[in-house]
Ligand binder design. Sequence first.
Ligand SMILES: Cc1ncc(COP(=O)(O)O)c(C=O)c1O
Length: 461
Amino acid sequence: MSLTNTPDPAIRAAVVRQDLQHVLHPIVQHKALEAKQIVVTGGEGSTVYDADGTAYLDAMAGLWCVNIGYGRTELATVAAEQLRQLAYFPHTSMNVPAAALGEKLNALVGGGYHTYFVNSGSEANEAGFKIARQYMKHEHPQHYRFKTVSRYFSYHGTTLATLDAGGMGERKAKFEPFSGDFVHVAHPYCYRCPFGLQYPSCGMACVKNLETAILGEGPETIAEVIIEPIMSGVGVAVPPDEYLPEVEKLCRKYGILLHIDEVINGFGRTGKMFAHQHYGVSPDIIAIAKGISSAYLPIAATMVKNKVFDSFYGEVSDNRQVFQVNTYGGHPVSAAVAVRNIEILEAEKLTERAADTGAYLLDGLRTLMTKHKSVGDVRGKGLLVGVELVKDRASKEPVDAQTITAISDFCRDNGVLVGRAGGGRRYGNTITMCPPLVITRAECDRLVETLDRALSAVKIN
Ligand SMILES: Cc1ncc(COP(=O)(O)O)c(C=O)c1O
């Protein structure tokens, strides 16, 4: 059975039957899928098409990842050429596209890094945890530095360790207990400051909280701190400008590695190639995925500063090499596609465009605050945006899950796909937008107008 771009209800119905009988989907309840499905068969720019012919403006770039937009057939040519040349060989050897991608990535961060290739953002962070631990074994054999410090309400992936690193209780509850190697501290979520304070009079209480945790745990037990600069999953929390530099200072003070998660934030999304570049910090470890290939093929990576790389460098007999391997790391076809994807990002100046269009979208969304009391906060950086919905602005009581579902369903039924924060019942009350960086101003107008209508149509509870 195959589907072309020509709508065909009979074939669509057969796909749905086939799928519901045989496929187990991630994170969506199958009963909901029985009631309503999207069977995506094609895409162009910021729009995807259902097999029934319906067009959807995809304000989430898939799962926060299709940065260059859909329908770039030149990437199919790149992949086909590489498949013909060399489809695969393990990365214990070298291959042409992965070497080129390593060089390209190093240039994007200003030099001084080596890159370890993996297949997903979870793996990139997990490799970061392991590299940090191994580094500490090499550099501080007298200590036992193995802990990662992370923030509550962060998300760093779906494997057991990355889930443990994350700070969303509801996502973790069904898999507990965890190892206990991950220590959590308060997150810089100024709209709902965990300390009930206000910036700047707060004196950066969240950074002080981090230092308390470091001292309480014992710095000699801590390998790294992991930070997603703009916290996407909790509803796009943008920290004060000095937050990340202050965190970096603490890392340096206590000999802890700074691990930055750029899985969503990277590749132009926030108006710089990488979000940490807004803040002038120099991470020891950088996890990248998603926008590295705009999801045209799976690929991700863990970049390490040469200081870390040097710790893994020695005689064969020293046994200092990176002590892990994965079958598909450095896959030549994915690497070739990633290189071209980055060339497109650069040639079309999509990072600059994200800054410009993102500011335009934020301005548009802010107009909704004057029209709808339920809009408590509108925030973002570049084309990474959150609209937080509340029952009452003074109390900031979050709207309930049904309200958020009804609003995103309204948007979907009107041809616009928006996202929602992943904080579950506590912080699930933010509509998120993370569109392809090619989105036009007219399409941004449509996002604002559709959300406007949704907020009028849906009863806010
Ligand atoms: C910030 C962040 N880190 C890591 C991940 C995990 O990436 P993946 O789903 O590719 O494993 C995600 C996924 O959305 C993410 O948002």
